[in-house]
Design a protein. Structure first.
Length: 307
């Protein structure tokens, strides 16, 4: 259990990200426990089990990728657009990493797969695209777009890293959920450096085949160090960064939504006043509601006159 301070308040959180180097720096592995933040997302959005698994996996890889960004103002947006009943999955992360996300359909309910696991691939869909947008301070954001290959998310991200970033990678993501909520959630991103030895790669491949799913290892209370050792079969791992605490947090506020309403223009705002009298906007990421009275809307129109 980690304890960190957020806005002056001490918070207990079992979530953590730890970064390691294996085989004398030839293999990089980032391991994450995201159980608490995925459970928070489940509660906020009242997610069904398969929707919890789909969003939870995406939040986990978003946390890992966010932790790998260098600058405090860097952020990324993940968009998964499959042809399954869950609809779009959107996750936003910064380098804290703070993450937030949502799915279009939170209550998808599908039969389990033949192996008894949640059918995330069917929920997301095997046809569609994974789009990664990185705003890292350049003139234009970096965008990487790849087709979905399974809808299981981990395989789709491994494909993204290979194609868009030319990084041979192994991605493992898992969410163990029951009727009481999220029992465990987490993942790892293993990246091979150009000088990785063939014998080391083979050892890792054989180990991964034998490993339990990441969610099972976390449920057994294995530490992230133990998981990294088990995956890589390297007992001499170097810890390069630890105690990174990923959290689920939305950054919405009334001013942002006011700007959104202003962007509609005078005619649309007058239409809202005439038809509804007021406006209520709900944040997709945290379900918080913001109300704008008729007086608020009329003030916006007056403000537009002076722009």
């Amino acid at each position: 259990m980690c304890v960190y301070t957020l806005r002056g308040i001490k918070v207990e959180n079992e979530d953590k990200i730890v970064k390691f180097l294996a085989y004398d720096g030839k293999v990089n592995i980032v391991c994450a426990n995201t159980t608490s933040l995925v459970e928070k997302a489940r509660k906020i959005h009242d997610l069904s089990p398969v929707a919890t698994a789909a969003l939870g996996r995406t939040l986990t890889i978003g946390s890992i990728m966010g932790s790998n960004m260098k600058n405090v103002n860097d952020n990324l947006t993940i968009q998964i657009s499959g042809n399954g009943p869950i609809g779009k999955i959107i996750v936003v992360a910064n380098n804290f990493p703070k993450v937030r996300g949502y799915v279009e359909n939170a209550v998808v309910d599908l039969p389990l797969r033949e192996d008894g696991k949640l059918n995330v691939g069917e929920a997301v869909g095997k046809s569609g695209f994974l789009n990664i947008i990185k705003d890292i301070g350049l003139k234009e954001p970096y965008t990487g777009l790849v087709p979905l290959i399974s809808g299981e998310i981990a395989e789709d991200f491994a494909n993204y890293f290979a194609i868009s970033e030319q990084k041979p990678s192994v991605v493992a993501l898992g969410v163990l959920v029951d009727k009481n909520g999220v029992r465990s959630a987490g993942g790892y991103l293993l990246t091979l450096m150009p000088d990785a030895a063939e014998e080391d790669i083979q050892k890792i491949e054989e180990s991964i085949q034998k490993c339990d799913p990441i969610s099972k290892m976390l449920e057994k209370n294995m530490s992230l160090l133990d998981i990294a050792k088990k995956v890589t079969q390297d007992e001499n791992l170097e810890v390069i960064e630890e105690d990174i605490i990923p959290i689920y947090e939305c950054n919405c506020n009334k001013e942002k939504f006011e700007r959104g309403i202003l962007s509609l223009g005078r005619q649309e705002i007058e239409k809202i006043i005439a038809e509804q009298g007021e406006a209520e906007v709900v944040c997709h990421f945290c379900n918080k509601k913001y109300k704008f009275s008729e007086t608020d809307l009329k003030k916006m129109i007056i403000g537009l006159d002076y722009v």
